[in-house]
Design a protein around this ligand. Structure first.
Ligand SMILES: [Fe+2]
Ligand SMILES: [Fe+2]
Length: 275
């Protein structure tokens, strides 16, 4: 079925000086909405790759990334957490980039087990609240308010004001777009509520003051741009709205997750295609 769908390719977007959002997405043409699967490159004195996308997109991902930076110039590969949409090309990229150090943490090595094929001698462990010196700037690892792995750290670049939010500040999209400005406002804000509750179902359990403090922490960074795996770029005029929407997520209404009835509709589509 998916073979008949042509996937839109968005060239990387320069979201801040020498900072590029590398686009991918899933669901286009086969689901009511699609979901971004982005990664990022900070092309400073010591280039930093931030998350590595999905394995099935490897050829396009490498074409996009290596169109911006030579593999041997990549100095750091920062992984926000150990989910497949962030680690899909981790091993392959570390093979292709011989001078890169992998920035993870202890729990990622434990949770990834043998799927992580990078030796400890090429690793650097950076936890929430810690800093990574990358030559011309110091990047801050700051856990976002919404996350689906205990290993999660976002990444803030004080040089540009860009904050990489990993799975936080995420939304589905009707069609693949580069910027939040291209989405209808109400769709976007509802999308944050839905995504937040899918990613972090424990939101319903949290003490609200303690949750708000985690949002305060990101807001205090005063990001000028937010980028994440599952959102179009959130530019300066939209950051405050993204933060405010996230603050409402613990009590927001949201659509129920697709269930068995949805699967049966998908199965019927497959059956019709095979008939
Ligand atoms: Fe995740
Ligand atoms: Fe993710």
């Amino acid at each position: 079925m998916t073979d008949t769908v042509t996937k839109t390719h968005l060239e990387p977007t320069e979201i801040a000086p020498e900072t590029f959002l590398i686009h991918d997405h899933e669901g286009e043409g086969t689901a009511p909405v699609c979901v971004a699967l982005n990664s990022m490159l900070i092309r400073g004195a010591e280039p930093v790759v931030v998350d590595t996308g999905m394995a099935e997109n490897r050829d396009q991902y490498f074409a996009d990334l290596f169109g911006l930076v030579e593999p041997e110039d990549i100095r750091w590969v920062f992984i926000s957490h150990d989910d497949v949409d962030h680690t899909g090309n981790l091993n392959a990229l570390m093979d292709a980039a011989p001078n890169a150090t992998l920035v993870i943490n202890w729990f990622m090595t434990s949770r990834m087990g043998e799927s992580l094929q990078v030796p400890p001698t090429r690793q650097r462990w950076v936890g929430d609240g810690e800093t990574l010196d990358v030559g011309d700037r110091a990047l801050h690892a700051v856990r976002p308010p919404i996350f689906d792995s205990p290993t999660t750290r976002g990444l803030y670049d004080p040089t540009t004001g860009v904050y990489w939010s990993s799975d936080s500040f995420a939304t589905p999209m009707p069609v693949p777009v580069r910027s939040i400005a291209e989405l209808e406002q109400e769709f976007w804000l509802q999308g944050i509520a839905t995504f937040d509750n899918y990613v972090s179902p424990w939101l319903a359990l949290v003490d609200d003051a303690r949750f708000q403090a985690t949002v305060d922490r990101v807001q205090a960074l005063q990001p000028t741009t937010m980028a994440g795996c599952h959102t179009p770029a959130i530019g300066a005029t939209k950051v405050a709205q993204a933060i405010a929407a996230t603050r409402r997520s613990p009590v927001a209404e949201f659509e129920p997750e697709p269930d068995q009835a949805t699967l049966e509709l998908i199965q019927a589509t497959f059956a019709a295609a095979d008939a």
